[in-house]
Design a protein around this ligand. Structure first.
Ligand code: UT7
Length: 327
């Protein structure tokens, strides 16, 4: 069977930083609460004129350089995001235009924080079937555009970023060893944006509370499901690959909360020095979280050729997924 692998990675974070001290001036909170309950110290926020697709373009330029692939070689663009530039057309079409990816098909995937792993699983299937040879997968969010900065239980969590990965065929034993995605739509109301769809159109004329067009989360409950499903999904891909958790060299988890990450590592019996963390600098960047962390881990030398690398994510939907690579 043809095995898919990441052949190039790139990422982008906007310049502007919001620190915990800044939040002390915006809502009733403290640096101590935010750090101890989430592990976050700061997050990056996009400029008002900076769209999610602009962040993707910057991330993709790095990915093209690291893969040594030209834009015209891309057959398919997959963008995992809940904050596209427009409802129509898809963000992947906008990215296609901005990068001149004129030989590509395009699609967006809405799977919240698990959007990148969902995109990767689609890419893996297309590579394995021989349908496409070069696929550009994004996880990208401008969460600041859907954050309610009067809600202290959510606004301190989120940051903006983009990550890009170019997927191709593996010529050796490296690549995606196992990948798993899953959802449970019964818990749709635990993390949602109530208005803006057909159910409750947001028209901005005062008929719908503007706050309903922002993210709402029952953090406590989401936390419990995140811990359970991230651990289960991680163990599943490790087992499917015929490996055991102690063979994992680096866990690259979705950076939602340091306590969720520690619980996942503990479930796998992994020491924290085998866990990649950047939550303190970027907060929760939803779909961008895993590709941003993978890109930084590779550039910092934390991931080397031959390493067994485990990615695992969980988000609204509920959606989750895990992927195991031999790098
Ligand atoms: O990205 C994918 C999905 N998302 C997640 O995985 C996030 C999962 N959830 C979480 O990370 C955590 O639930 C949060 C960080 C969102 C909240 O932490 P928590 O420990 O679950 O806090 P809580 O919601 O149970 O609230 C505890 C207390 C409450 O006060 P009372 O009712 O006990 O008096 C909150 O009002 O903490 C209060 N609180 C805050 N206090 C200071 C909530 N937010 C803040 C805040 N500063 N920013």
């Amino acid at each position: 069977m043809i095995r898919a692998k990441i052949i190039g990675l790139g990422s982008y974070v906007p310049e502007r930083v919001l620190t915990n001290d800044d939040f002390e001036k915006i809502v009733e909170t403290s640096n101590e609460w935010i750090v101890s309950r989430t592990g976050i110290m700061e997050r990056h926020i996009a400029r008002p004129d900076e769209d999610t697709s602009d962040m993707c373009v910057a991330a993709a330029r790095e990915a093209f350089a690291s893969a040594g692939v030209a834009p015209e070689e891309i057959d398919l663009v997959i963008a995992g995001t809940v904050t596209p530039d427009f409802r129509v057309p898809s963000m992947s079409c906008i990215i296609q235009k901005k990068l001149g990816l004129l030989n590509a098909a395009t699609m967006d995937i809405v799977a919240a924080c698990a959007g990148f792993i969902h995109g990767l699983s689609v890419a893996q299937a297309y590579i394995a079937s021989g349908t496409f040879k070069r696929i550009l997968v994004f996880g990208a969010e401008k969460l600041s555009s859907i954050t309610d900065y009067t809600d202290r239980s959510t606004c301190i969590l989120f940051g903006d970023a983009a990550g890009a990965a170019i997927i191709g065929k593996s010529d050796d034993d490296s690549g995606i060893l196992a990948i798993h995605i899953k959802s449970d739509g019964r818990y749709d109301e635990l993390l949602n944006i109530p208005a803006g769809g057909t159910h409750l159109p947001y028209v901005g004329n005062g008929s719908v509370d503007p706050k309903l067009s922002k993210l709402h989360m029952k953090g406590n409950e989401v936390f419990k499901y995140a811990v359970r499903h991230m651990g289960d999904a991680a163990l599943r891909v490790i087992t499917e690959a015929g490996l055991t958790p102690d063979q994992v060299d680096l866990l690259v988890p979705h950076q939602a909360n340091i306590r969720i990450i520690k619980a996942t590592a503990a479930r796998l019996g992994l020491p924290m020095d085998k866990v990649y963390l950047n939550i303190e600098k970027y907060g929760n960047t939803s779909a961008a979280s895993i590709p941003l962390a993978l890109d930084h881990a590779v550039r910092e030398g934390r991931i080397k050729k031959g390493d067994i690398v485990l990615g695992v994510a969980f988000g609204g939907g509920l959606t989750w997924g895990a992927v195991l690579f031999r790098w």
